[in-house]
Design a protein around this ligand. Structure first.
Ligand code: ADP
Length: 150
């Protein structure tokens, strides 16, 4: 059984995140989406709302679970007995950050990070831009996975 975690803030969970999980299911038997809640940054969506949105996105798919955690990401991975950390990459901007945390996580525990490049149609999609649009009252349904409502 190959199990990966897909950790993130998911504020909100976007079609870009959805694509990474869907494609990750071709590599892993099970993906546990982990909503990290230990960061000092303030979020727009509550943990409960983010859990609900992700449940809507993967409604009934037995190979996808979602949990929140407030520990180190590697400790969450070990707690759910995952062997891999799945992440997505949009740009060189993402690259340096992902490399640093990927290296740190491997040095701490031996866990490998598997990175998928974004689908080009989603390279502009980010939770930050979605939140900005919301603050100006704009519709962000094209940023969200099918079936997800905010
Ligand atoms: P974090 O705060 O940990 O970066 P995010 O919720 O912003 O959490 O992102 C979680 C993961 O999803 C990260 O690996 C990020 O690079 C990736 N990601 C975010 N948006 C996209 C996208 N549009 N396409 C592919 N991967 C993405």
């Amino acid at each position: 059984m190959k199990r990966a975690i897909f950790p993130g803030t998911f504020d909100p969970f976007t079609v870009g995140h959805y694509s990474i999980v869907t494609r990750g299911l071709t590599l892993f038997d099970e993906i546990v989406i982990g909503i990290g809640t230990n960061q000092s940054k303030k979020t727009l969506f509550s943990v409960e709302k983010r859990l609900e949105m992700i449940h809507q996105a993967f409604d009934g798919n037995p190979r996808v679970r979602v949990e929140s955690y407030n520990s180190l990401t590697v400790d969450f991975a070990l707690a759910v007995e995952a062997g891999f950390i799945l992440r997505g990459l949009r740009s060189v901007g993402d690259f340096e950050y992902e490399r640093t945390i990927g290296d740190t996580n491997r040095i701490l525990t031996g866990l490998e990070t598997v990175i998928l490049f974004t689908e080009s149609a989603y390279s502009h999609i980010s939770s930050t831009v979605a939140r900005d649009l919301i603050s100006y009252g704009k519709d962000i349904s094209s940023f969200l996975p099918p079936n997800v409502k905010i």
